[in-house]
Design a protein around this ligand. Sequence first.
Ligand SMILES: [Ca+2]
Length: 335
Amino acid sequence: MKPMNPLYSLSIALACGMLSIQAADTVYVSATAPTGGDGSTNAPFNTINKAVNETQAKTVIVLPGLYRETVALSRTVTLVAPYGPNYTHISSTGNGVEISGSSVSPTIQGFMISALSEGIWTKDGWYGSIYMANLVIQNVGDCGIYIGHHENQWRGFTLENSIIYNVKANGIQTRNHRQWFRVRNTTITKCAGYAFNTYYDIGGYGGEWDIQIEYSNISNSGRDYTGNCATYIKRGDGMSGISDPKWVGGSNLDQSKLDFRLMPNSSLRDIGHPLMAYNDPDNSRNDIGAYGGPGSLGFFENPTQGPLILGVTVDNPYVPRGAKIAIRAKTSVYK
Ligand SMILES: [Ca+2]
């Protein structure tokens, strides 16, 4: 048999490689899928880590469910939960999401994240930038977002249309090095420490932060900013300090009623960034929090301005056969 032309065999290998890249460009995850899935729509992976470790995948679609894992991101990938944070929950006994690596620039969008340690922890990282949007980071044992120590030299961070709530330490903590951080259309409230703690380790690894916050609601019982915030944080237009966001689940949500959508009468509606690029899916001005902005397309509530059912009660459910019962519902209408 004639030996194969090496160029020909190379072109076959490339063609096969390209095919597999195209096939696995987008992979799916479902918490309830059986193990052994290949990431396709018919056989999703059952952990987020399996999907992000699929090196050909550029986009990871996470379907509704509870994901009990620490998501370790060490490459550039778009990690998105199209049904939103009410239905897609990462719950970790360590850190919720850990990001590390050189030139790693991931997108994380649409999740609720709870963790015993940090919500999102950027570990060793260089030259990458991180985009985070439509996140609810809540019930966290340490910081909501923790930019680690001297090993970090990220380019920068963007956090849009998100909520940081009920964390034991600081909402956002930054340390060392010159990096930028942009926060907009976001609520930070009920952190036991501070909403922002910027920390520059004198004699350490040098640099100043460039942090800009705009059109956000920072309300943390008088503990909004500490560390070198006065030097590094630029508070732009549209800042508010509304202590009661009027979430559907209430102002002090317990873990059985985690609903961070805005009530129709919330003051945080229509006060986000006025640029049309930030408009809500119903084309109204941006609503501050995780349920507003263009990224909320799959879970933006009340696009038809219909009534919001707040509670259903049954009057005297134990009645004799043939008797009548009354079922009542409270509703509120989007004005
Ligand atoms: Ca709006």
